[in-house]
Design a protein around this ligand. Structure first.
Ligand code: F6P
Length: 347
């Protein structure tokens, strides 16, 4: 078989580990691998390269993706879907491994359903918001980086008696905020799914000060809408910049807005740190390397067995496969039970 492989959406630690595993297992079986460059752009425009054991040598610990990535959506490009199907067949491909999050895999699920594209999926995102799998690879690395940042920010918070606001990623969900906040001992955590108000957050800080703690750490998810007791709420986004081809606005800035509100309302000196793409960069944790490797082997097996329309997934500690359509139907949000764990340490 000639098997194509692509990575789409934001880069994510562990992508190279998946690519290595798919290539190693597939070429061991005598299949030929083809690199599809830059996500769906590669199939839309026909950008391919050879991919063998030599190309994947030494990439296991490397962040990013050797295949390149974009947020191209063939459904938003003129004749995009026809081009994908034409290039797929002209290149002699018989299977495709798509590694991505809700957007990339959403396109894969649709192409499979509408055009019988022989595709299997691998769930990638630092946000951990894909359904059908307990965890996505990349998440553990992002949480480790955010936790280390919170630990370090404690130093300044404590020395200067300051409130430190840490803005972490998570476009629609607060997984990174909740997990790094619990691990780092945050005093308040603000996420889109359980939007506590700005007034509540200020009350928690005042309570800490009354109890003799003159510093605090607040972790806020970039997708948290500033929410007030009046019922007003406001998403902070970069309005100057266009949305991408999946209609997502560019987020960022909520930490700054929140810090200003806190300082004004409480009088406590407040500073903000935006972790941004630092959370996606660099080498994956051992846990992510192992998960990505297991996902890659599973995806290679699914392609070999021609079980298309399926996605590798983690259930408990077992790698299984689930329907791509189901996995991309709705996002996996942070359940109330998890937020309760975090909330037990507020204030
Ligand atoms: O989906 C991963 C993610 O890092 C989100 O947490 C974030 O909102 C988005 O990507 C940022 O995308 P970009 O790197 O394209 O600005």
């Amino acid at each position: 078989m000639r098997i194509g492989i692509l990575t789409g959406g934001g880069d994510c630690p562990g992508l190279n580990a998946v690519i290595r595993a798919v290539v190693r297992r597939s070429t061991d079986r005598g299949h030929e691998m083809v690199a599809v460059r830059d996500g769906w752009k590669g199939l839309t425009e026909g950008i391919f390269a050879p991919l063998g054991r030599r190309e994947v040598s030494g990439i296991l610990p490397r962040g990013g993706t050797i295949l390149g990535t974009t947020r191209t959506n063939p459904y938003k490009v003129e004749d995009g879907v026809e081009s994908v199907l034409r290039h797929f067949s002209d290149e002699g491909l018989e299977a495709l491994v798509a590694i991505g999050g809700e957007d990339t895999l959403g396109v894969a699920a649709r192409l499979h359903h509408e055009h019988a594209l022989p595709v299997v999926g691998v769930p990638k995102t630092i946000d951990n918001d894909l359904s059908g799998t307990d965890y996505t690879f990349g998440f553990d690395t992002a949480v480790s980086i955010a936790t280390e940042a919170i630990d370090r920010l404690h130093t300044t918070a404590e020395s200067h008696n300051r409130v430190m606001v840490v803005e972490v990623m998570g476009r629609h969900t607060g997984w990174i905020a909740v997990m790094s906040g619990i691990a780092g001992g945050a005093d308040v955590i603000m996420i889109p799914e359980q939007p506590i108000t700005v007034e509540d957050a200020c009350r928690e800080l005042a309570k800490r000060h009354d109890g003799g703690k003159d510093f605090s750490i607040i972790v806020v998810s970039e997708g948290y809408e500033l929410t007030y007791e009046s019922g007003e709420h406001r998403l902070v986004a970069d309005e100057a910049r266009a949305t991408d081809q999946f209609d997502h606005v560019v987020l960022g800035g909520v930490g700054d807005a929140l810090a200003r509100e806190i300082e004004e309302r409480t009088g406590f000196e407040t500073r903000v740190t935006v972790l941004g793409h630092v959370q996606r960069g660099g080498t994956p944790t051992p846990r992510d390397r192992v998960l990505a490797t297991r996902f890659g082997l599973k995806a290679a097996d699914l392609a070999h067995e021609r079980r298309f329309g399926r996605m590798a997934a983690l259930r408990g500690d077992t790698i299984v496969d689930v329907s791509l359509a189901e996995a991309t139907r709705e996002l996996k949000t942070v359940p109330a039970e998890w937020y309760d764990v975090a909330r037990a340490f507020f204030g």
